[in-house]
Ligand binder design. Structure first.
Ligand code: IMP
Length: 183
């Protein structure tokens, strides 16, 4: 039997229209802020989850930006001492660059904390963060995105880049899966 992905969704938390509107607002705010500071950011997007967000957001940033990708994996284990393994590194030098890290969701905060440190160690002049979603109730490390799309409750979400077992990334909205999909 064929299974279609929309049938697996229990509820939609953030609609496609809301994402579009918020990306427009964020793009304008980012453009205004960097213009005020006389800087042009290099966007560093974390694979794979941030791809749809990056793709939409950049169409609303009115600056001569460049973007690049990194893929990292958090080490499993201790709660407080995080570290990341780099699966794909940047293709360019970022010495002195003003970096805007693009992420799908901030959960415990470990990934962004470690990646920010790593980018500063590579010589980045400044690192700011834009995240589509923020789940502050799950935070382990005190890290706050400079730009946030939506603050969401403590629920596991899928869609618009976010996956469950690598699926549902192509949903045009952010939603919650039906309980039976986790079985
Ligand atoms: P953190 O290091 O705990 O902040 O984890 C961030 C990463 O965990 C994100 O980039 C996602 O890949 C993953 N993640 C956290 N919460 C969710 C969720 O609700 N759905 C899908 N992936 C999630």
């Amino acid at each position: 039997m064929e299974v279609f992905m929309h049938q697996d969704v229990k509820k939609i938390l953030v609609s496609a229209e809301a994402i579009e509107q918020r990306c427009r607002e964020l793009g304008k705010q980012i453009s205004d802020d960097y213009r005020k500071d006389g800087e042009v950011p290099v966007l560093v997007a974390l694979l794979n989850g941030s791809v749809p967000f990056l793709a939409k957001l950049i169409t609303y940033i009115d600056l001569d930006i460049e973007y690049d990708f990194m893929d990292v994996k958090s080490y499993e284990g201790t709660e407080s001492i995080g570290d990341v393994r780099i699966l794909k590194d940047l293709d360019r030098s970022i010495k002195g660059a003003s970096i805007l890290l693009v992420e799908d969701i901030v959960d415990t905060g470990r990934t962004l904390h470690e990646v920010s440190k790593l980018l500063l160690n590579k010589g980045a002049g400044k690192v700011k963060i834009v995240s589509l979603l923020d789940k502050p109730s799950r935070r382990v490390i005190a890290i706050q995105p400079d730009y946030t799309g939506f603050v969401i409750p403590n629920e596991f979400v899928i869609g618009f880049g976010l996956d469950f077992n690598e699926k549902y990334r192509n949903l045009p909205y952010v939603g919650v899966l039906k309980d039976e999909c986790y079985l």
